[in-house]
Design a protein around this ligand. Structure first.
Ligand code: C5P
Length: 277
């Protein structure tokens, strides 16, 4: 059955540059799509059918709604508009990326749906056309069409490929908390807008500063996030909140230190999920 892999993403640099008249925030992002991490990759498959349907399963699929509010079906409807005809298919989404974790799972699934429908029905839409369909679905959807490492501007939807920047040894930790993205952006109002300098030009291929300007707002919305940050620091890691949370990514000097930290955390917090990437 035709299928696509829908990986997670890691924002390695997230600067909030200002609040816009439309309520969104102008950002500068450096993001890497985490290809090749099976435990953090959704899978979407589709076969032609008489009507359009979506079924959701997989380890993190519980509680997700498979109706027209789901980004996969929204993406499919946009493809139908672009094609000018119905594209009836039985879709099945296998979820592994946790929801509300800042890893872009829903956005990745939507990008996967655009690629899969384009292929299954031989629509012949080019990358530019798919990127135009992706942007209204969500600020993070276009980046998954590009893949690799990229610069994101605007509300994050204007993406530009960068030369690959190697990932340091990283441990991603999901504490099982769910943080809503809109509430974190709203909380910037209470904790104070950072409005910092944009990233200064730096040599290509060099890891960006480890920075996320949403951290204070996310901690304001969800104070227990601090426990995860502190536990990662105690293992010698340098934690960075993933997007608007609730995952943290900690980088370590060596893969051995990272793997030791993972073992330590599993002993102290068996209910947290941890992935080496
Ligand atoms: O674009 P997306 O649907 O992912 O955005 C979810 C919410 O996050 C928006 O409704 C908005 O409140 C906030 N947001 C923002 N600025 C951005 C991206 C998202 O304020 N650049």
């Amino acid at each position: 059955m035709p299928a696509v892999h829908c990986p997670a993403k890691l924002n390695r640099f997230l600067a909030v540059l200002g609040r816009r008249a439309d309520g969104f925030h102008d950002l500068e992002l450096i993001t890497t799509v985490l290809e090749g991490v099976p435990d953090l990759t959704d899978r979407l498959e589709a076969e032609p059918a008489t009507t359009l349907s979506l079924a959701i399963g997989g380890p993190t699929g519980d509680g997700l709604v498979a109706d027209e509010s789901n980004l996969v079906l929204k993406a499919w409807r946009l493809l139908e508009e672009a094609a000018g005809r119905p594209l009836p298919a039985a879709l099945r989404l296998e979820k592994r990326i946790p929801h509300g974790a800042g890893l872009g799972g829903g956005s990745s699934d939507a990008a996967g749906a655009l690629r899969l429908g384009n292929r299954l029905f031989a629509l012949g839409l080019g990358e530019d056309q798919l990127l135009r369909l992706a942007a209204p679905l969500g600020s993070d959807v276009p980046l998954f069409l590009l893949g690799g490492t990229m610069l994101g501007l605007g509300r994050g939807e204007r993406v530009f490929p960068l030369r690959p920047i190697p990932l340091e040894p990283i441990l991603l930790v999901h504490p099982g908390l769910h943080v809503g993205t809109p509430s974190v952006y709203r909380a910037l109002h209470y904790v104070g807008y950072p409005f910092p300098e944009a990233l200064a030009a730096q040599p290509e291929g060099v890891p960006p500063p480890w920075r996320n300007d949403l951290t204070g707002a996310a901690l304001w919305v969800c104070p227990p996030l601090a426990e995860v940050r502190d536990a990662l620091r105690d293992t010698g890691g340098e934690p960075l909140l993933c997007g608007s949370g609730s995952c943290w990514a900690a980088r370590y000097a060596t893969a051995t230190e990272r793997d030791g930290a993972a073992a330590t955390l599993r002993g102290i917090h068996p209910q947290w999920k941890a992935w080496a990437v």
